[in-house]
Design a protein around this ligand. Structure first.
Ligand code: C2E
Ligand code: CA
Ligand code: CA
Ligand code: CA
Length: 283
């Protein structure tokens, strides 16, 4: 038994070492990716559940290594945050999203949402950088939404939190919209809703999936309550992870104005969004 314990520790050690090697390899790859232009933004439409219009898109980052398959952000964003690379990667994403937004806003008046991490927001130059990118692309500020999560505040000190709130407040005063992402998954969603300056609430897909199961009365009650809370606070509501027609119907009846999910489209390359805007497939 003693030996088994030792072996387990050795195994654990080996796993830790392997994880560290993998992290280092990803970090090296990410540095090369920035220089070698291996990043791409995919876009997922946000759809008006009543009319079928596309009201906006969310930009979702992909890493497509030379000669490889696209890597999803969950695999590399944490490393990008740890190493600080997310600051430069995030700026690249913002720049690219605004370039595409300019074209779409000009012809169809839609908005573009970009995800930002806590590491980016803690950077003191972030606010100015956002405003400069908008200016460079001559984009009305209300066209851009920044998506934040409450989890980004978990590891921050009160001073950092205050500075993040200040940066968001300032951007908001300039017209940039702020969305609270993954709402309902954290430990203190309601208190963050009170402290953070937000315009849009994105209800996490864990509330959507069980929506049409017969035995999920309680989930339906929760979802409906959040949709109503959001409306009474004067916020826009987006429900994530809409995969079926039935879910979309239930959500519309609950009064949720906007939905996003595979029912409408997975994240796609920018050119596909151009086509969707012309074809209006859900009208
Ligand atoms: P998120 O912001 O919550 O984005 C939604 C995720 O749900 C996306 O995963 C999207 O592909 C997926 N999704 C959309 N519709 C459905 C559906 O109907 N069913 C299911 N099962 N999934 C759906 P993705 O693209 O892998 O992104 C994962 C996360 O990575 C994002 O979660 C976001 O937190 C982060 N991320 C993505 N792009 C960026 C970025 O540019 N910067 C930062 N900081 N984070 C990013
Ligand atoms: Ca998001
Ligand atoms: Ca989300
Ligand atoms: Ca998420």
């Amino acid at each position: 038994a003693k030996n088994a314990g030792k072996n387990q520790i050795a195994l654990f050690d080996a796993e830790l070492r392997a994880a560290r090697v993998l992290r280092t390899r990803i970090a090296t790859g990410l540095r090369r990716a920035l220089v070698g232009e291996e990043f791409a933004l995919y876009y997922q439409p946000v759809v008006d559940l009543a009319t079928g219009d596309i009201s906006g898109v969310e930009a979702l980052l992909r890493w497509i290594p030379e000669g490889g398959e696209p890597v999803r952000p969950d695999a590399f964003i944490p490393v990008a945050e740890e190493t600080g690379l997310i600051v430069d990667i995030g700026l690249w994403a913002l720049e690219q999203a605004c370039a595409d937004a300019r074209r779409w806003h000009g012809s169809h008046g839609i908005t573009v949402a970009v995800n930002v991490s806590g590491r980016q927001l803690r950077d003191e130059t972030f606010g100015d950088a956002v405003l400069a990118v908008l200016e460079r692309h001559e984009l009305p500020r209300h066209v851009l939404t920044l998506e934040i999560t409450e989890s980004m505040l978990l590891a921050t000190t009160p001073v950092e939190t205050a500075r993040i709130v200040e940066t968001l407040t300032r951007l908001r005063e300039h017209g940039v919209r702020i969305a609270l992402d993954d709402f309902g998954t954290g430990y203190s969603s309601l208190s963050y809703l009170r402290t953070l300056p937000v315009d849009i609430l994105k209800i996490d897909r864990s509330f959507t999936t069980p929506l049409t199961d017969a035995d999920h009365q309680r989930t339906r009650a929760f979802t409906k309550t959040i949709v109503e809370l959001s409306a009474s606070l004067g916020l826009k509501t987006v429900v994530e992870g809409v995969e079926t027609r039935e879910q979309a119907d239930v959500l519309r009846q609950m009064g949720s104005p906007l939905g996003q999910g595979y029912l409408f489209s997975p994240p796609v390359v920018a050119g596909r969004i151009d086509e969707m805007l012309r074809a209006t497939p859900w009208k």
